[in-house]
Design a protein around this ligand. Structure first.
Ligand code: DGL
Length: 277
């Protein structure tokens, strides 16, 4: 397929609602651009799925956003960034369109963590897929070899968010259990990365059970600052991103199921459209 060369919105993709926590922060920092958000809610969560399936689903999403004209796509999903980004960047982009770009959320987070931790002991909460991929361990070892990483997979957190249970007592039970499990690995952890874009929705509960003084790192502001810097350094890409301040929301679920919860995430009324990948 030949994709349009006209300037177009920036694409933002997640398996479900979590990527909206990234989109919200990106739009605060870069309100002038147009965006297309795509949530693969019909097939979320990705966190327990195989490498092959996450790769296949993510590639379909990227192709969809390219077909909508996007020149730049942000994978606002750690699981997709961990399991699919490298293959897409190194293999697929060449044949799809070598001038388009797909960026993830792990690298910018890892770049920033070196400025945040003092004890050089960092915790990471992620989906089973992200934790098993060892992406954070590998990337942090490359950039900050003095930092020791302690990871813990939280398989129940995304389903709690996707099922609108993030404020309920079930969320308290799982968040307390998982925070204890991470902190018991090392008492000297001073910063915890929320390595899944759904987790900011559980922030208050995570804060409640995390020892005072331990920083909880949300990715939204980090990814937004990194994107701003990327566009400054790549004027050839910046001029291919339209500026109208709009955002279209697309979901693979029924739009009437997506829109009410999406509106809560982004603090304004969302009218999504259903799409098929
Ligand atoms: N929000 C995504 C992430 O950052 C994926 C969650 C999921 O689908 O399991 O990992």
């Amino acid at each position: 397929m030949i994709y349009s060369s006209q300037p177009a919105p920036i694409g933002v993709f997640d398996s479900g609602f979590g990527g909206l926590s990234i989109l919200r922060e990106i739009r605060k920092v870069l309100p002038q651009y147009d965006y297309i958000f795509l949530g693969d809610n019909a097939r979320a969560p990705y966190g327990n799925r195989s490498f092959q399936l996450v790769y296949d689903f993510t590639l379909q999403a990227v192709k969809y956003l390219f077909s909508q004209g996007c020149h730049l796509v942000i994978l606002a999903c750690n699981t997709a960034s961990a399991k699919a980004l490298r293959s897409i960047q190194q293999r697929d982009l060449n044949s799809l369109d070598p001038n388009r770009r797909v960026l993830g959320v792990i690298r910018p987070t890892v770049e920033e963590i070196g400025n945040i931790t003092k004890s050089r002991k960092v915790g990471v909460f992620g989906t089973p897929g992200t934790v098993q991929s060892l992406s954070y361990d590998i990337e942090i070892a490359k950039l900050h070899p003095d930092i020791k990483v302690y990871s813990h997979a939280c398989p129940m957190w995304v389903p709690l968010v996707e099922n609108r249970e993030s404020d309920g007592p079930g969320a308290d039970y799982f968040v307390e259990k998982d925070v204890k499990a991470l902190m018991s690995q090392c008492g000297d952890i001073d910063s915890i990365i929320l390595g899944c874009t759904h987790y900011p929705l559980l922030y208050d509960k995570i804060r409640k059970y995390t020892p005072e003084g331990v920083k909880i790192i949300e990715q939204g502001p980090i990814v937004a600052a990194s994107l701003k810097d990327y566009l400054r350094r790549h004027p050839e890409m910046e001029t291919r991103c339209t500026q109208g301040g709009t955002c279209q929301y697309c979901t693979t679920e029924d739009a009437s199921r997506f829109s009410p919860l999406a509106s809560i995430f982004v603090n304004h009324t969302v009218e999504a459209q259903h799409v098929t990948l």
